[in-house]
Design a protein around this ligand. Structure first.
Ligand code: FAD
Ligand code: UDP
Length: 380
């Protein structure tokens, strides 16, 4: 793509809508590797998308949009992000409040022993679960995934209520990939993730994003909706990381996105709970989980800040809802994206995928490689 001989502030090679992982990684690559002039706009007042973190009034580092724990098996993603941040080793552990006590989730040996007052070893835990697991010919839904591994009772205690609250529907109506994110273990490994790399950005996510976009070829306009700039600035290519159905004016109807209301609080005490996240699967508790950030960030502070998460249908779109009818609706939008020249859709909202941060980074790096190849082919 030709560079403007003289750059005008309202003229760019790329307009990127969304300053989260998807948009910032691509902007950084385009500017630093291909010398492109990139404008990123975000309707929010800050960089970082859902991974944004900031100090609250008490000076405690919190994640405004809920706990973000970085974990990956992709060395390429680690190498890429390590240009912009150091890392603080952190292994995530989660407890679930069940039957009046807090026990590890994913369900493991310790969970079973504490819940049922047993002293099983690994083989005993495997036999315990095998005796309860419901054999199934086909694992079709998120309910099947769990019931086929741990049986009805543990499903009801740990998954049924949590899933109904989180997604506003029964686990029978969700793709199996949703609860398959949470494994079942018969050993005492109580880590939430088993990825080879589990760390938090040393000075937080926002600092990492700021360093990523700190390039003369990148301009960032916070508090700016795509609608405000689409006819005002000139650009050659558009990259859209917002909700794909919104871009097309909801012409086939709305894609469901699940939202959350975050209730942030600072307490006059040093600690509230023993781990970063405690899940509350009981249906009568209106929130899903409580996060205490200092466990994640390693910050030392005499007070502590926490967040309760209340799932809702209304509000910012956070989660695509993985279900067959939604995938079918998305495919109709996807067909439109393929016939929209000059516009690329990416990210969790742009491709309607329940992606973790590392997957979004990998998606943007992959997209960049395709752009680079095309640019090289055109130039030669
Ligand atoms: P986003 O971060 O959503 O960025 C999209 C941006 O586009 C937004 O900032 C939005 O304001 C902007 N935008 C949309 N439309 C417009 C428009 N029309 N004009 C201007 N701007 C627009 N992943 C993990 O790996 N580990 C975790 O522990 C983890 N925890 C999570 C917890 C919660 C509560 C949530 C919701 C997600 C979590 N994730 C986690 C997933 C992670 O947030 C995403 O993978 C990642 O942030 C997606 O990046 P993105 O750039 O695709 O989207
Ligand atoms: N889940 C559950 N109980 C738990 C933890 C998870 O029922 O204690 C289910 C729930 O449906 C959740 C899904 O498993 O949405 C995936 O959990 P994960 O922690 O990966 O969700 P995240 O909030 O990270 O997207």
């Amino acid at each position: 793509m030709p560079r403007q001989p003289e750059h005008r502030p309202d003229s760019f090679d790329y307009l990127i809508v969304g300053g989260g992982f998807a948009g910032c990684v691509l902007a950084e690559r385009l500017a630093s590797q291909l010398g492109q002039r990139v404008l990123i706009v975000d309707r929010r007042e800050h960089i970082g998308g859902n991974a944004y973190d900031c100090l609250d009034k008490a000076g405690v580092l919190i994640h405004r949009y809920g706990p973000h724990i970085f974990h990956t098996n992709a060395q390429r993603v680690v190498d890429y992000l390590s240009q912009f941040t150091g890392w603080l080793p952190y292994e995530h552990r989660v407890l679930a409040q069940v039957d009046g006590q807090q026990v590890p989730i994913p369900i493991n040996l310790t969970t079973l022993n504490r819940l049922y007052g047993l002293a099983l070893d690994e083989a005993g835990a495997a036999a315990f679960l095998a005796a309860r697991a419901v054999p199934m010919e086909r694992i079709a839904s998120s309910r099947d995934v769990v019931v086929s591994q741990v049986g009805e009772e543990l499903y009801a205690k740990f998954f049924e209520g949590y899933t109904r609250k989180q997604w506003g529907r029964d686990a029978r109506e969700l793709d199996k990939m949703v609860t398959a994110r949470v494994p079942t273990r018969t050993n005492a490994d109580d880590r939430y993730f088993q990825d080879s790399f589990q760390c938090m950005p040393l000075h937080g996510y926002t600092r990492m994003f700021e360093r990523m976009v700190d390039h003369p070829g990148i301009t960032f306009w916070p508090g700016t909706d795509f609608a405000e700039v689409k006819d005002r600035v000139r650009y050659e290519q558009l990259v859209y990381c917002g909700p794909v159905d919104e871009y097309f004016g909801y012409c086939f109807g709305r894609l469901p996105y699940r939202s959350l209301r975050f209730e942030h609080r600072t307490l006059d005490q040093e600690w509230l709970q023993s781990v970063a996240v405690v899940n509350y699967p009981a249906p009568e508790v209106p929130f899903t989980r409580i996060t205490e950030y200092k466990h994640l960030t390693g910050q030392v502070h005499p007070r502590t800040s926490i967040t309760h998460e209340y799932p809702t249908d209304e509000g910012d779109p956070y989660y695509p809802v993985p279900a067959p009818e939604n995938a079918a609706l998305y495919r109709r939008y996807e067909a439109l994206t393929e016939n929209t020249p000059g516009v690329t859709f990416t990210g969790r909202l742009g491709t309607y995928r329940y992606y973790n941060m590392d997957q979004v980074v990998a998606q943007s790096l992959g997209l960049f490689e395709r752009i680079r190849k095309k640019a090289t082919a055109t130039a030669s």
